[in-house]
Design a protein around this ligand. Sequence first.
Ligand SMILES: [Zn+2]
Length: 163
Amino acid sequence: MNKAVFLDRDGTINVDHGYVYKPEDLQFIEKVPESLLRLIKADFLLIIITNQSGVGRGFFTEEAVNSFNENLISQLLEKNIKITDVFVCFHNPDQNCDCRKPSPKLIFEAMKKYDIDPTRSFMIGDKESDVLSGNKAGVTSFLLDKDQDFSIITDQILQLNDE
Ligand SMILES: [Zn+2]
């Protein structure tokens, strides 16, 4: 089985400008690309799990989200960082879908699709809903807060991975 690090997108990998969707909004957070590369070298699959309620709210289209994601993926690939897949909830909260985080549904879908062992996998996000979704999926989950940068969480994951 594979192991993975599930990643929130806005506010975790790239700067959250609030409903990020324009190509020029893509700005990686400091230390994130080099940290992702360390995870790749430790044989983790990297999978993005993102709520994009701006689609459900009518602010932008699914196509805009998909092309933003493709651009993000290709920019990371240039740094030898492969994002295996991106799973998106396009709904707004009023639609009461079953895929929006804190639901673990998209993580479960990813685990099934890529044969991922939750006990060797992790979730990183900047919101409580990310941690809740990861915990419900049975993966060790980390909340990024203002004092904790991505590289420190990466250190912790790599340490746990070695145990
Ligand atoms: Zn949804």
